[in-house]
Design a protein around this ligand. Structure first.
Ligand code: ATP
Ligand code: MG
Length: 566
């Protein structure tokens, strides 16, 4: 499926109908409206792909709007990271806006509501207001201020703006219906006092509008046609519509869709911030984080994320998407684009007894069997090699086809070797070296006499290998559905203690010596990897310490067989 072909969703149906009816004069104008109170996560990627994707598909526009009405939780660091992340995902906004740019207009809108008798200043406390709201089965009761004369509310509202009252002294509420079956319509709060410094407006305001008030009016001001948000806002839609209708201003259409939830992780800026602040991860861009910054550092290509969002589609049913779907999108993208190299994570020394002591051959290796245009490279081969400890068993079980005493295997792009004997550490009994022979006639990987081997293993030449640190990542949580963690338990207790395993001394083929930070490759048979920013020294320097992240594993059939057998 091509990226642009796109899957049709119920939102396309709505837009198509609007185009036919001429509801928005043939315009499509969406927006992505993050609150800059954290880094974006994969859930936001779904919203970004949807909003920017619709604009692209219909030849319309998409704004990036910062919903920055909560000064105490917001920061320019987040504003910057959000822009970087949207661009990295491959999108460019038409307009860049801040809800805080509308503070003056929003204030005027509030004054208009007051003048229409549709909003009032309430001096009741938050607790009193909450208590007077009633319950689902019981209507709310008016607070004493509900029938405050318009003039008084106007006066108080102006004085709230001037800073005459402390935080919490009073709020502005819509005057709707305290018996409304939808709790959001029971005189919701519109403005609250916050003597706080705002990252853009500084100390100009001490009065800040609430989300529902700000959001719909911002959509209206920008001429948004389809205001797409997640399902939990469905029962806010009556308020969205009410606020706009009462002022008789331009009216966008709010449409809700199901948020993305993924197995073994969580999508909540607030909780992700707790992980960062609590030191459970190394930062917002820790490769285990479901943030855009995290998956970028992990090596996920943006095209894979876009493809994933395309695959899962858009529905109105909340569900849990298997992380494997995302990982498969990453694998399929990297399979096409990542060059293959050889790296040994847990080295076992192999000495080829019948190979000349000083000979070094340069073996031709294909960079990507999936893409001949990626060409080939040479990799040095010599008498002493490293292979993976897992690729040898002294006493091989039935389905183990790799190297064992007396057995022959193929070295990738190289020769057949046979294990003749093992050398053990006399004190520990641990195998420290394999003594092997090679068959010079098998260079390139085939025996002229037609004999077969059952396995091909990767290797590096010991004298030519470069050292690297390799970080192997696993699920952030050890529970599939994080939403199932009981309320009375600490969700952090469900973090996976082995979500990052560090291999200090991996051995890599020398072609990787100059790899740049962010470069992706496949370590043959081990997975896809990317050069991490913790790499020390640049690609020209001699004292370089390469650090790799494992982006995603390949499918390991042996691991599965071994698991089943247990
Ligand atoms: P969080 O709870 O993580 O802070 P949020 O919804 O409060 O998420 P916003 O910054 O307000 O975050 O969201 C910006 C946009 O991204 C909104 O339109 C929101 O609906 C959408 N969005 C947020 N989380 C998800 C998700 N998991 N799946 C799809 N869209 C999401
Ligand atoms: Mg939020």
């Amino acid at each position: 499926m091509s990226e642009d072909a796109g899957t049709r969703t119920f939102i396309h149906e709505i837009i198509d109908a609007d185009l036919v009816s001429g509801k928005f004069q043939g315009r499509v104008h969406t927006r992505f409206p993050p609150e800059p109170n954290g880094y974006l996560h994969l859930g936001h990627a779904k919203s970004i792909c949807l909003n920017f994707g619709l604009a692209k598909k219909y030849g319309g526009k998409c704004n990036l709007r910062f919903d920055d009405t909560n000064p105490t939780k917001e920061d320019v660091e987040y504003v910057d990271s959000i822009q970087e992340d949207v661009r990295w995902l491959g999108f460019e906004w038409d307009g860049l806006y801040y809800a805080s740019d509308y503070f003056e207009t929003l204030y005027d809108y509030a004054v208009r509501l007051i003048k229409l008798g549709l909003a009032y200043v309430d001096t009741a406390t938050t607790d009193e207001i909450r208590a007077a709201r009633g319950t689902l089965n019981q209507a709310g009761t008016p607070t004493p201020d509900r029938d405050r004369p318009i003039e008084q509310s106007l006066d108080l509202f102006q004085r709230m703006r001037k800073g005459e009252f402390p935080d919490g002294a009073c709020v502005l509420r819509a005057k709707i219906d305290l018996a409304h079956p939808n709790m959001n319509m029971r005189d919701p709060l519109l403005y609250r006092i916050r003597h706080a410094h705002h990252h853009r407006t500084g100390d100009k305001w001490c009065l800040y509008p609430l989300y529902d008030f700000t959001h719909g009016y911002s959509d209206s001001i920008e001429g948004i046609t389809h205001s797409i948000c997640t399902l939990e806002f469905e029962n806010h839609r009556p308020l969205y519509d009410w606020l706009i209708d009462k002022l008789e201003i331009y009216h966008p259409q709010q449409i809700e869709f199901a948020r993305l939830n993924l197995t073994y992780t969580m999508m909540s800026k607030r909780r992700l911030l707790e992980l960062v602040d609590g030191g459970a991860v190394r930062g917002w861009d820790d490769p285990r984080m479901p943030t855009i910054a995290g998956v970028r550092r992990r090596g996920y290509p943006p095209a894979a994320i876009r493809h994933f969002c395309e695959t899962i589609g858009v529905t109105r049913f909340n569900g849990l998407t298997d992380l494997v779907v995302l990982e498969n999108a990453v694998r399929s993208e990297l399979n096409k684009t990542a060059p293959r190299v050889m790296a040994v994570l847990n080295p076992l020394k192999v000495v080829i007894e019948n190979y000349p002591d000083d000979l070094v051959e340069k073996l031709e290796c294909i960079n990507n069997p999936e893409d001949p245009a990626m060409g080939s490279r040479t990799v040095p081969f010599s008498k002493v090699l490293y292979i993976e400890q897992d690729d040898f068993k002294e006493d091989p079980p039935k389905q183990f086809f790799r190297l064992a005493p007396g057995r022959e295997v193929r070295l990738r792009w190289g020769y057949f070797i046979r294990c003749e004997s093992v050398v053990k550490d006399p004190s520990t009994g641990e195998i420290v070296e394999l003594r092997c022979t090679y068959d010079p006639a098998t260079r390139g990987g085939d025996a002229p006499d037609g004999r077969k081997v059952k396995a091909t293993i990767h290797w590096v030449s010991a004298n030519h290998a470069i050292d690297a640190e390799v970080r192997l990542y696993d699920h952030l949580f050890r529970i599939e559905n994080v939403a199932e963690i009981p309320e009375d338990e600490d969700w952090k207790d469900y973090l996976n203690p082995t979500s990052c395993v560090v291999v200090q001394h991996a051995k890599l083929e020398p072609s990787l010596a100059k790899a740049e930070v962010g470069e992706r490759c496949q370590f043959e048979r081990l997975g896809y990897f990317v050069v991490d920013q913790d790499t020390v020294g640049d690609s020209g320097s001699g004292a370089r310490r390469l650090v790799f992240n494992r982006t995603v594993t390949l499918k390991d059939t042996w691991a599965k067989i071994e698991k089943k057998g247990k």
